[in-house]
Ligand binder design. Structure first.
Ligand SMILES: [Zn+2]
Length: 622
């Protein structure tokens, strides 16, 4: 490394930052010209190389802050964090384009005048505690974080042999939905793709089968999370609780959303007296060990595996995972949850890759009868149900998952109200749905190109429309229920397994003018699934009474066709249009009948080997 740098680099120190290298120099003029000098080195070494100033050159934070504020005045700086150990400064501004435009002139000026390397971040248009929390955890522990990233790099670039085999084990979500956990092994690497919980589970079947003989938490090299939903990310902090010290790879929005959902899950569990598998300390540890990756950029994650994340169109920052194993030895794609069809929020999932041999895909709606209606009909149906309740001046409850459907439905309602196709009533967004909406507005670059521009602008952003009101706490919830006004309420949890949606339900269910509208999948055994069948009464736990009988007079609706999952036709088309074609398709994340049936359909249609493994099945891929 040193040998390939120009002499004048005056190198003080160098270390890995995950899959990249940072060199620290005593010569500021070298740092300023570094991108030019280092391009060739990076190419030769096949990794990202960046130069920053040695700590001894840094202007004291107070002075640096003053200088920076002057340089980027027009961008409206709102916050600033100094990371002395990494010679970096994180600058939060309202208008990033004011800093990043003009050939990065202002970035260069900051570097030249302060020696700090600036990272520009957009101020979230809605306040989000999660974004602040994550930044604090990272900067507070910057030395620990830097040492961790260096260790990760050393491990990745240690000597590795070309693999002779690839094997996969299914530790969860095989012929079931929930607790996704797929374990990939080569002679050099042990990688876990997703580590979720079964939100509809009771006791033992809630968690992935980490006791499988081939799996050891302390021997794990890397964990990759496809998206933030708890059935894919909810068990990650448990790994840290039991001694995992490696990295978690995911997209930036996934890190933010999964932290939000994990914190909420343990809070709800504690409040409701359920067992909590990990603590906030373990969640903090997860943040500290997270490495976020941009989409479609190849990253080395072990000596013989390269990872690339692609758009999965399921929720913000959801990814299809591509593993390139060895030097072209084997290529495995894992879809996570994906939408291969139209939506307001995302462009359809990617199915074009440089190489593919094995494909692991979901089958939530893989059954013969899972035929999705057109997007237009789906939106019309949703609005018809909403109108019916608003006409009766009732209250409409939508139990939603914190992220995904909620924001999609918000866009549909906002458009309908703005265009006067729906009476204007308040739409209450309860706690965590609001927080995840804030994260959606922070990362417009992960959204559909048609709404990206609107979300970038504060004036036109549909998610910032004042028809949406935040519900902050229990007192406000009670006021909403009591108030003599028609309204729409969006609240977690989406399957009514806990959280405010259960509270609202118990309060509004007896009034025939009210309604409950389901917009996402209801797991077997959940309260949501029971309500969906519209029985005359529901026996459920409320505060103070574990067996309260509630007459269900409110009307129950299910809005079809808005799913963030692919329907049967889209699942089959995803494989049919995939380039290149896989030679082995493994179907997971579906009820037993649906997973097996989709596997058979793929086998018969495309003459590709296809199966639906059972829990704890292992398979040699090559
Ligand atoms: Zn999901």
């Amino acid at each position: 490394m040193k040998a390939s740098l120009p002499k004048k680099a005056d190198l003080k120190d160098s270390r890995f930052e995950g899959a990249g290298v940072v060199v620290f120099s005593n010569d500021l003029s070298f740092v300023l010209k570094a991108p030019e000098y280092l391009r060739e080195v990076a190419k030769k070494m096949k990794l990202r190389v960046e130069a920053r100033a040695d700590r001894s050159l840094l202007l004291p934070p107070g002075d640096a802050k003053e200088k920076i504020e002057k340089i980027i005045k027009s961008a409206n700086m709102t916050d600033i964090f100094f990371d002395a150990y990494g010679s970096k400064v994180i600058i939060e501004v309202e208008k990033p384009s004011e800093v990043l435009g003009n050939g990065l002139e202002k970035i260069m000026e900051i570097k030249a005048k302060t020696a700090w390397t600036p990272l520009i971040q957009r101020k979230p248009p809605l306040k989000s505690d999660i974004i602040t929390t994550i930044r604090k955890v990272m900067t507070k522990n910057s030395k620990e974080r830097a040492e961790f990233l260096n260790q990760v790099g050393m491990k990745i670039y240690s000597e590795g042999k070309e693999p002779k085999w690839v094997r996969v084990s299914f530790l969860g979500a095989a012929r079931e939905i929930g607790r996704s956990a797929i374990f990939v092994q080569t002679p050099e690497s042990r990688i876990l793709m997703d580590c979720g919980i079964n939100v509809a589970g009771t006791g033992e079947d809630s968690f992935p089968l980490l006791e499988a003989p081939e799996f050891r938490i302390d021997a794990l090299d890397a964990t990759i999370i496809s998206h933030a939903h708890l059935d894919h990310s909810g068990f990650v902090p448990f790994l840290y609780k039991y001694g995992y010290k490696g990295p978690v790879y995911c997209s930036k929005p996934t890190l933010h959303l999964s932290t939000l959902l994990q914190l909420d899950a343990i809070e709800v569990a504690q409040r409701e007296g359920q067992k909590v598998p990990y603590s906030t300390k373990d969640i903090e540890n997860t943040i500290l060990h997270s490495i976020t990756l941009p989409e479609e950029e190849v990253a080395n994650i072990t000596p013989d595996v390269r990872l690339t994340l692609y758009n999965a169109a399921h929720i913000l920052g959801s990814n299809v995972i591509h593993l390139h194993i060895g030097e072209g030895f084997y290529n495995l794609v894992y879809t996570g949850d994906f939408k291969y069809g139209p939506s307001r929020l995302h462009e359809p999932a990617t199915n074009q890759f440089p190489r593919v041999e094995g494909l692991i895909m979901e089958s939530t709606y893989g059954g013969k009868d899972n035929v999705e209606i057109s997007r237009k009909d789906a939106e019309d149906n949703l609005l018809t149900s909403v109108k019916e309740i608003l006409k009766k001046k009732g209250k409409l409850l939508m139990p939603v998952l914190g992220a995904g459907r909620a924001q999609e439905v918000m866009l549909i309602l906002e458009a309908a109200m703005t265009e006067n196709r729906l009476p204007k009533v308040p739409i209450y967004i309860d706690g965590i749905v609001w927080d995840s909406t804030a994260i959606y507005t922070t990362y417009p670059e992960f959204l559909h190109k048609d709404i990206r521009r609107a979300v970038f602008s504060t004036e036109k952003n549909p998610l910032l429309n004042p028809i949406f009101g935040r519900v902050g706490g229990q007192k406000e919830r009670e006021d909403i229920v009591k108030a003599d006004e028609s309204c729409i309420i969006m609240a977690t949890s989406g399957m009514m397994t806990g959280g405010p949606s259960v509270f609202y339900f118990a309060q509004i269910a007896t009034n025939p003018n009210n309604g409950i509208l389901f917009v996402n999948y209801q797991g077997e055994g959940t309260l949501g699934r029971r309500v969906q069948r519209q029985p005359r009464e529901i026996t459920m736990a409320t505060r103070g009474n574990p067996r309260t009988v509630i007459p269900l007079n409110a009307k129950v609706f299910t809005a079809g066709g808005l799913s963030a999952h692919s329907d049967r036709k889209q699942l089959v088309a995803y494989v049919g249009n995939m380039s290149p074609k896989p030679n082995n398709v493994i179907v997971v994340h579906g009820e037993p009948g649906k997973a097996a049936d989709l596997a058979a359909k793929i086998r018969n249609t495309f003459r590709i080997r296809s199966s639906a493994p059972n829990l704890l099945d292992s398979m040699r891929l090559k």
